[in-house]
Write a protein that binds this ligand. Sequence first.
Ligand SMILES: CC(C)(COP(=O)(O)OP(=O)(O)OC[C@H]1O[C@@H](n2cnc3c(N)ncnc32)[C@H](O)[C@@H]1OP(=O)(O)O)[C@@H](O)C(=O)NCCC(=O)NCCS
Length: 375
Amino acid sequence: MSSAPLLIDLASHPERSAEYEALVGAHFPAGHPPSRPLPPREEFPLLLASNEASQRLALLEGDRLVATTAYRLFEFPGQLRVAALGLVVTHPDFRGRGHAAKLLAEGESRARAQGAALAALWSDLLNFYTKQGYLVGGTELQWTLDAEGYSLLRARLRAEVPATTSYRVRPLANFDEIAALGEGLGPRRESRHYDAFIALADTELFVAEDASGRAKAWAFRGKGRDLRDTLHEIRGATSAVAPLLAHFAKTGEALRVQVPAASPLREELTHWLGAPERGPLAFFKVLSTAKLLDWVARERLLGASLRLRALEGEGFEMGDDRRTIFRSTDPGHLIQLLMGPWRPDELEGLPPEIGQALSQAPLPLPLYFWGLDSV
Ligand SMILES: CC(C)(COP(=O)(O)OP(=O)(O)OC[C@H]1O[C@@H](n2cnc3c(N)ncnc32)[C@H](O)[C@@H]1OP(=O)(O)O)[C@@H](O)C(=O)NCCC(=O)NCCS
């Protein structure tokens, strides 16, 4: 009879680090192969190198490390703590035994105990994660800059942008130079975390500077295997978006451009690039309804007349002074309400009350996430 697998973390078992990283390196989804071999510690610096070792979890069967998961806590403006989970891997010979489910549950429970209101991750494995109680939430916008995409962009630029000439776009060697541009509504990260990304193969940070050399907008191109040839994490002044795009229109390299629908630059990007494709932003699981709703109230995301509050025991309700508009014990409804859908035609299949609630609330939440499979 085999004994139950043992759950460990790498703070108590630092000697298991090499085995942990070897499992991730061998079995994490391949994505787009990078142009040079990328050791896991380099590719996933935020989860493997610079987070707490106690947030790297693993299961041992006998003496063998057979499954991994890690999480990291991100602070959003307004004291919202979100646990981003990643590196969910089970060795192929040990799948189907509940290992990944067990590690995810442990990560969520530790994160909840550390004050996280929401768990988030990014994946293509819809069925697996929905089984674990995750819900697809939020909207990501994406444009394809192929020959056709560029010809539209070039025509627009020719017609509208003499101003680009006063901008200079260049790659940067470190993030400090533009840290002053601010973090927007995304998770707070330190410059050194961005620097770890800049150091990756096929990953560059581009900045658009005005005539006096001030950084006005920035964007990453690439990040490891999952975001290769993708322009993402685009931030800054709307006026500098066109110059940034003009730089790539000159080189003509095939690119995807991605922003969460919450990005304040989405109108500007739509102007230059045309109508975007829309996809899910990430998977979410509510870890604490009360904490999440406290944040909504603290940040005044609903405006003066509406309130969203946790019900005693379970669930939440939304209403104004006179009546309850919507009440539910389904955390999925809360995710839908907070993260989107972003348009009425995306409401299909949802209870009509959610549509009504959404039409009255200035939600979805202005959250940014970036590369959550690898944070
Ligand atoms: C995805 C993965 C981690 C699952 O590991 P696992 O230990 O076999 O998963 P579990 O045994 O805990 O599965 C839990 C449940 O999900 C189901 N499940 C497992 N993998 C699934 C998949 N790929 N698609 C749909 N359901 C899946 C299981 O059948 C099980 O269902 P049950 O509760 O009804 O029995 C594993 O297949 C893997 O390592 N894949 C490669 C790496 C990867 O893609 N990781 C995710 C990166 S975001």
